[in-house]
Ligand binder design. Structure first.
Ligand SMILES: CC(C)(COP(=O)(O)OP(=O)(O)OC[C@H]1O[C@@H](n2cnc3c(N)ncnc32)[C@H](O)[C@@H]1OP(=O)(O)O)[C@@H](O)C(=O)NCCC(=O)NCCS
Length: 286
């Protein structure tokens, strides 16, 4: 159950407040109040502990690309004015966090959205005023999962991005991580491309949402559902102009719909898919 969110501005900062209905997998008779606010260097110690805790509890099938960081790292991170961390608190206890990094060049975005073929900084887009808010570091402590906290953090970050003058939001999700697909699709992101993360060779899904446009989908086109682990088939669908728009947790299928929006990325995917087929045929022939 997702609680209603109340939005406040306190000392110039956006503070959102809601209730947790599930803790430790148990429904709460008396929902627990939480709030979301921007993090500051004073939170660095708790951020280090949260990061350690998330890593300690990662299970098989919970693959994620986010890195374990120390509190020293989190102290330093506040010197980078492009990065804005937000946190979810129960009282003074940090139970979830995530960030947006505002990218104004292709190179900056490449660090956040590795191997993306689509050029978000093309001058025809948004009259050349492109500013991309890349989301990352999404984490909720295991005991507090199941309250849609990441969906709420994504919505908070979209509003932050809008206030910072961003035109688009992007993110990456490990292709095996079924837990973070729902939250991004719930916030109307599109799985528009897939790639290999050069830092660890992991397979990742690239997600995007134009801030102003509500939908980029074509009308009157069929919808196709594909199991999320059918990686090659998903690449093929993307090469044919489809994007992932929904995740069904019951059967593990991603729903694909058609769009013209990412044509440039799709052309590259077609080439890559063809090259892969040629490579496979050659390997077979040898
Ligand atoms: C991804 C993440 C932030 C989502 O947390 P969340 O916002 O609390 O998740 P939701 O509320 O949307 O969860 C929906 C359901 O999935 C379950 N779920 C969520 N994450 C889960 C996980 N990692 N393992 C098992 N079940 C999980 C919830 O318990 C809930 O179940 P319910 O409907 O039966 O109550 C959280 O799983 C996490 O911190 N994972 C580790 C770090 C990570 O993978 N980050 C993402 C990098 S791509």
């Amino acid at each position: 159950m997702v609680s209603e969110i109340k939005k406040y501005v306190i000392n110039g900062k956006d503070v959102w407040q809601g209730y947790l209905y599930k803790v430790n997998n148990e429904k709460q008779r008396n929902p627990i109040k939480y709030h979301i606010r921007p993090l500051t260097p004073d939170d660095a110690e708790q951020m280090g502990k949260l990061s350690e805790n998330i890593y300690k509890h990662l299970k098989n099938g919970e693959e994620c690309f986010i890195h374990k960081h120390s509190q020293e790292y989190f102290h330093e991170v506040f010197n980078n004015t492009q990065i804005n961390y937000i946190g979810v608190f129960v009282g003074n206890h940090l139970i979830g966090m995530s960030y947006i990094r505002v990218c104004e060049t292709k190179e900056e975005l490449q660090e956040e959205l590795p191997n993306s073929e689509y050029n978000f900084f093309e001058t025809e887009r948004n009259n050349g005023k492109n500013k991309i808010a890349s989301m990352g570091g999404d984490s909720v402590l295991p005991n507090y999962r199941g309250n849609a906290l990441n969906t709420i953090m994504i919505n908070y970050r979209i509003e932050q991005a809008q206030k910072l003058g961003c035109t688009d939001c992007t993110s990456i999700v490990d292709r095996k991580n079924r837990w973070n697909m729902g939250p991004y699709f719930a916030c109307r992101f599109n799985l528009f491309s897939t790639a290999i993360d050069p830092s660890d060779g992991g397979k990742i899904s690239l997600l995007h949402k134009p801030i102003e446009k509500d939908s980029v989908l074509s009308c009157f086109k069929p919808r196709v559902s594909i199991p999320f682990e059918r990686l090659e088939l998903i690449d093929y669908m993307i090469s044919k102009g489809f994007v992932g728009v929904e995740f069904n947790r019951e059967n593990g299928e991603v729903l694909f719909a058609h769009t013209q929006y990412y044509r440039q990325a799709q052309r590259m995917m077609v080439q890559n898919y063809k090259q892969l087929q040629i490579k496979q045929r050659m390997t077979k022939a040898l």
